[in-house]
Design a protein around this ligand. Structure first.
Ligand code: GLN
Length: 448
């Protein structure tokens, strides 16, 4: 098959299958591979890839699944997009997500909910639910997502695919529509671990446009695949095991036994501040979001309300009409946590707890290579089941949030089925040690 034909077939298949999944916001009907494909230099030349719709693409609509940006046409490419283009991937379009990446189910999208390909009545998780469903539904082999508190790992777990959030500073955030700037990171989702390693090879690496980027050298992540796990020190936090019930524990235990049989060393550990991570994250992420989202004022970007009387009216009406309920909730929560009377009580406290959470990890990684546990406390829930209960929705994130607060790499790898729905195992490592994450994930993939 030629790359040209592959692009055509991919678009045709998406148009057909997406009537049920709604995984895409924009599909480029004329998607074409780059000219002069160089297969010797670019292993994945001509491979179609999906992009979450909060990553800006020159000349391709980028909406962040929001009414306020539903007609936004960027004039530049995010750094990750330039890198994918240079490596000659075929960009086929933009995937659905929770508005501004705020959510855990892809139900908070201006373009309607995405459905889980394993069971159309279930959510695909979120906020990168469109990317996950596109991969799991066989529309593309790989997709980019973003992860501020679990938005790559939780949908990967809910869809039975692999997904990795790299170390904070490993992949440029330039051109990623900001949510929580100290937490956001772009990452990769794919069925096979190897495909994510290949794509991460392409998108990682220093970038002058993002001052939080590390300049350290990027290893070839594929070289960590196919290794044996003898001597690998695997920490299993008891708080994470206590968060899941019988069937899921069995699946995790099975994996632990396999690792042990292969020579890995298993240590039970504790992450004592786990019970504080949800409030800590929601204060920090919402505070940063309330600041980042000030730029949507009806003047510079996107939607502007009609029939306005004065400047203040333009701001108020454009934002009131342009943002959805969940985004408004975060802006209010964040503005409150940062306000003069509450800053010490909320934001400062959360920042301090964040340090304690980082110290929990430092302690564990002084004696262990990876942390292993469940990605989520349950498999995919039903569409409509949790969307009206924000606290319930937020509590979904208890196992994924800590990695963002600490800036460490973390992935979810499929570990079997619970009541017919996929269940994922989470692997974390210390900063810039994606290598051990890939090594462990690859072992789990091979043993399943
Ligand atoms: N579910 C979390 C939230 O709603 C995380 C989202 C994300 O990682 N982008 O904030």
């Amino acid at each position: 098959i030629t790359a040209d034909q592959l692009a055509k077939d991919t678009v045709a298949n998406i148009k057909d299958t997406d009537k049920k999944l709604n995984a895409w916001i924009t599909v480029d009907e004329d998607a074409k591979p780059a000219e002069n494909l160089d297969f010797a230099k670019n292993k994945l030349a001509g491979i179609p890839i999906a992009i979450k719709d909060n990553i800006v693409t020159n000349g391709m609509k980028t909406t962040a699944a929001s009414h306020i940006l539903d007609n936004f046409m960027p004039m530049y490419d995010a750094t990750v997009i330039s890198k994918l283009k240079k490596a000659q991937f075929t960009l086929v379009g933009k995937t659905n997500m929770d508005e501004f990446a705020m959510g855990s189910s892809t139900e908070h999208s201006y373009f309607g909910a995405t459905h889980n390909p394993w069971n159309l009545d279930k959510v695909p998780g979120g906020s990168s639910g469109g990317s996950a469903a596109a991969v799991a539904g066989g529309q593309v082999v790989a997709a980019l997502g973003s992860d501020t508190g679990g938005s790559i790992r939780q949908p990967a777990a809910f869809n039975g695919i692999f997904g990795i959030k790299p170390t904070y500073g490993r992949v440029s955030r330039w051109g990623l529509i900001a949510f929580g700037s100290s937490l956001d990171q772009i990452g990769v989702m794919s069925k096979r671990v190897k495909d994510s390693a290949e794509v991460l090879n392409v998108i990682a690496g220093s970038d002058d446009h993002d001052s939080t980027m590390s300049t350290r050298e990027v290893p070839d992540f594929t070289k960590f695949l196919g290794q044996d796990v003898k001597g690998l020190r695997v920490a299993v936090p008891k708080e994470y095991m206590d968060a899941v019930d019988g069937k899921m524990r069995e699946l995790i235990q099975k994996q632990i036994d396999l690792l042990k049989d292969a020579g890995a060393i298993i240590n039970e550990v504790s992450l004592p501040h786990t019970k504080y991570v949800v409030p800590t994250y929601y204060i920090i992420a919402s505070s940063e979001a309330s600041s980042n989202l000030q730029r949507y004022d009806g003047i510079r970007y996107g939607y502007r309300a009609k029939d306005t009387k004065n400047l203040l009216d333009v701001y108020v009406k454009s934002r009131s009409e342009g943002f959805g309920t969940e985004v408004k909730r975060r802006i209010m929560l964040g503005s409150f946590a940062l306000s003069a009377g509450s800053y010490d009580k909320f934001f400062r406290q959360a920042a301090k707890v964040r340090t304690l959470i980082c110290q929990d990890f430092d302690k564990i990684f002084a004696e262990n290579d990876v942390i292993l546990g469940p990605t989520t406390t349950e498999p995919a829930f039903g569409i409509g089941e949790e969307v009206s209960d924000p606290i319930k929705m937020y509590n979904n994130d208890i196992l994924t949030i800590s990695a963002n607060l600490a800036g460490i790499p973390a992935a979810s790898v499929p570990a079997g089925l619970v009541d017919g729905m996929p269940f994922g195992l989470q692997i974390m490592a210390k900063r810039f040690d994606e290598g051990n994450v890939f090594k462990t994930a690859d072992f789990i993939e091979r043993s399943n």
